[in-house]
Design a protein around this ligand. Sequence first.
Ligand code: NAP
Length: 271
Amino acid sequence: MNQNIELSSKTTIPQLGFGTWLLKDETKCKNAVKAAVEAGYRHFDTAQIYENEQFVGRALVESAIPREELFITTKIWNDNMFWDDIEPSFEESLKKLQTDYIDLLLLHFPVTELRRPAWHRMQDVYRSGKAKAIGVSNYTIQHLEELLRECEVKPAVNQVELHVFLQQPELVAYCQNNGIAVEAYSPIAHGYDMTNKTIALIAEKHGTSVAQIMIRWCLEKGFITIPKSTNSDRIKENFGVLGFTLDEEDLMQIAGLDKGLRTCWDPTHVA
Ligand code: NAP
């Protein structure tokens, strides 16, 4: 079963969701979202910069799943993090997604100079009730410490790159100790090393695929996660991780795979 995780906002988020980065083509995006709905996903992750909010929105409306059964995340892009731009850009996202609220609104990146005032605006959006939860993405411990010192509403989620090859134990512990849910993006490491021997052996033992072991590891660690695929068989396969568990031995072997590999941004240099 797809577990619901309670956020500090007191709303809940399905632990396993569907990522939509790079789904810029309308047909591809709509087909993928519809295949995901059919496979059982109810949690969808998009962003202003993905240029597909309108396609995700349309596919979800056409799926006829009641809005309250869906969980939608979008993210304020860096160019929209200026004081006067956050709210209009958020309203535009609502319009594109054909909804009057967002379940989780994230600041996409800890842009120096912009992130602190931007959080004040995020708090205003949260208080308006149009974002049921607010959070951040790509924040390091240093960025979170700064935010927690100053904020009135703390971030419910930190969405960061996290997978078997980038385990970030200190950041994970910091978030967990501060009541910030950890959301793992690129759980399949964006397709890097799908023939890894250690994972292949664990997959063979469980009768699963390598991708499934990588996604399942995120769930075992208590992370929310959002694998993306354009292929309906792989979309189903990835949702199939709810049907098995990893054991202590598997987890110990996977712990040894961490090599600090980043396939996306590296926010550690951002002052
Ligand atoms: P990912 O989910 O780790 O991997 C996607 C890649 O793996 C695609 O190339 C996909 O190809 C392939 N794949 C998917 N399922 C597979 C399977 N079962 N077997 C083999 N290959 C498989 O990477 P991601 O898209 O970077 O991350 C997931 C989501 O996280 C994004 O879509 C986005 O929503 C979010 N994200 C957020 C940020 C941020 O800054 N906040 C950054 C990056 C990502 P096919 O499509 O051909 O299946």
